[in-house]
Design a protein around this ligand. Structure first.
Ligand SMILES: NC(=O)C[C@H](N)C(=O)O
Length: 321
């Protein structure tokens, strides 16, 4: 029998709907109490409640705490399932992927409909996540996300719909596996990276999205804050309006790393265009190019990297891996 630990952190999967008002809220204890029952002959289930937070309230410090809880427990279990709110699930999954050093399956899941709503995906996703955590083929694949019969990598997965249960997608490559009534099937290889443990998250990293007409003002305002790093979601292949160039240059001259990702949800940023604000111009100025991450995930990565280094070439190498 496999030994699986479920770590609850809150989110809709931990909530119930008030049938009179329709409001969905926390209950104080986890409403899904019959999970172990489904695995009577296949897995022993242990559960702990790390937090009981709606995921918009999860911060990188909570993610660090969660990583430490996972690390403390992995040697006693064959696999770990983490229940989490879906709003920031992809950021927590990616944080854990970057720092938790384990070969054992660690699976995040959540729900779009709380446990007592019609058509709830809460118990179903939790059972699916436990099945993947107990599957031998899930080992050595980094942190995975299981939702709606699909298995995704932490680096690629993102919430695409506000309310549909089929919300989690991996726009760069699709899911790496699926779950049927009978089996857990992996159909794409994964390329897990070396993890970088951190004992603290102490830096201030902001995230901005480019828009037509973006100028110097917002960047100058940002420069007045206590800033250790900036991520910008640029246009297309990695271009920005020319008015952003001077304040970005001041930031880089002050030693503040600026990481570029695209606001397009597929593809990577590249130094192609030479005009002021074009990708080539930004790269020559010292902007760091990231390899297909979303803005929120590049921010998580920069927060972790900055605990180790501020060196431009080390950061650039790591963001291209
Ligand atoms: N479906 C969900 O879990 C959304 C919720 N607001 C959360 O992230 O906590």
């Amino acid at each position: 029998m496999k030994n699986i630990l479920i770590i609850h952190t809150g989110g809709t999967i931990s909530m119930l709907e008030n049938k009179e008002t329709g409001e969905v809220n926390r209950t104080g204890k986890h409403p899904l109490t019959d999970v172990a029952e489904h695995f009577r002959n296949t897995a022993n289930i242990d559960e702990i409640m790390a937090f009981d937070l709606p995921s918009p309230q999860i911060t990188p410090r909570h993610m660090l705490q969660l990583a430490q809880t996972v690390e403390r427990n992995t040697r006693h279990f064959d696999g770990v399932v983490i229940t989490h709110g879906t709003d920031t699930l992809e950021e927590t999954a990616y944080f854990l992927d970057l720092v938790v050093d384990t070969n054992k399956p660690v699976i995040l899941t959540g729900a779009m409909r709380s446990s007592n709503e019609i058509g709830s995906d809460a118990l179903y996703n939790l059972i699916s996540a436990v099945r993947v955590a107990a599957d031998q083929n899930a080992t050595g694949k980094g942190i995975l996300v299981v939702m709606n019969d699909e298995i995704h990598t932490a680096a690629n997965v993102t919430k695409t719909s506000t309310s549909n249960v089929a919300t989690f997608k991996s726009p760069q490559q699709g899911p790496i596996g699926g779950i049927t009534k009978e089996s857990v099937l992996f159909h794409h290889p994964t390329f897990p990276k070396k993890t970088k443990p951190v004992s603290n998250i102490s830096k201030q990293v902001l995230l901005l999205k480019a828009y037509a007409g973006m100028d110097h003002q917002i960047l100058e305002a940002v420069l007045k804050t206590n800033l250790d790093g900036l991520v910008i979601e640029a246009f297309g292949q990695g271009n920005l309006p020319r008015e952003t160039v001077d304040p970005l240059k001041s930031m880089i001259d002050r030693g503040i790393p600026v990481v570029l990702v695209s606001r397009s949800y597929q593809g990577v940023v590249q130094p192609i265009y030479g005009y002021p604000g074009g990708g080539r111009n930004l790269r020559d100025m010292g902007v760091i190019f990231s390899n297909g991450l979303t803005g929120p995930k590049a921010r998580i990565k920069l927060l972790i990297e900055l605990e180790h280094t501020q060196d431009f070439s080390v950061l650039q190498k790591s963001f291209l891996e």
